[in-house]
Design a protein around this ligand. Sequence first.
Ligand code: ATP
Ligand code: MG
Length: 154
Amino acid sequence: YHLEPVILADVVAELADMTEKFSDRLIRVEIREPVLAIVDRDRLKQVLINLIDNAVKYSDFDQPIELIVDYAQQQAIVQVCDQGVGIPLQDQSRIFERFYRVDEARARSAGGHGLGLAIVKTLVEGMGGSITVRSKLDEGSVFTLVLPTQAKPL
Ligand code: ATP
Ligand code: MG
């Protein structure tokens, strides 16, 4: 890992633009605190691309996707929020396992192998961060990244 100070607002804005270009979905960005994270820029992008890909895949065209950047308890926070199908409570602890997909029949039509979140978790923890999910069936999901930071908000 090549850890360096990364302005999260920049990375998030770049990925929001890219997603809007390629998926034709509207992505809202909310910078609550313009914070620096000490992360590997390319791996952070890989993480966010996976989370945004899921948000796009598991929600409908007209359901907004939101990316939030924040700062709390001396750590940098990035949240990827969707208002899609959601994840049943009993599956939430397992979605970070390799090849685990909720409701295989439904998931198959969305494509993928159930590897994205396993890779995400490995990368995030490799950078000294953590990832959690909060979700409700038929209401949507929020994936929260907590990342190391050195400085106070800019
Ligand atoms: P891959 O990422 O390998 O293309 P995948 O998207 O199915 O395939 P993961 O990204 O690891 O795999 O996600 C695992 C499972 O968790 C998914 O199959 C899906 O059931 C569920 N899931 C992940 N993100 C969301 C989300 N934002 N909303 C609803 N379900 C989700
Ligand atoms: Mg995925």
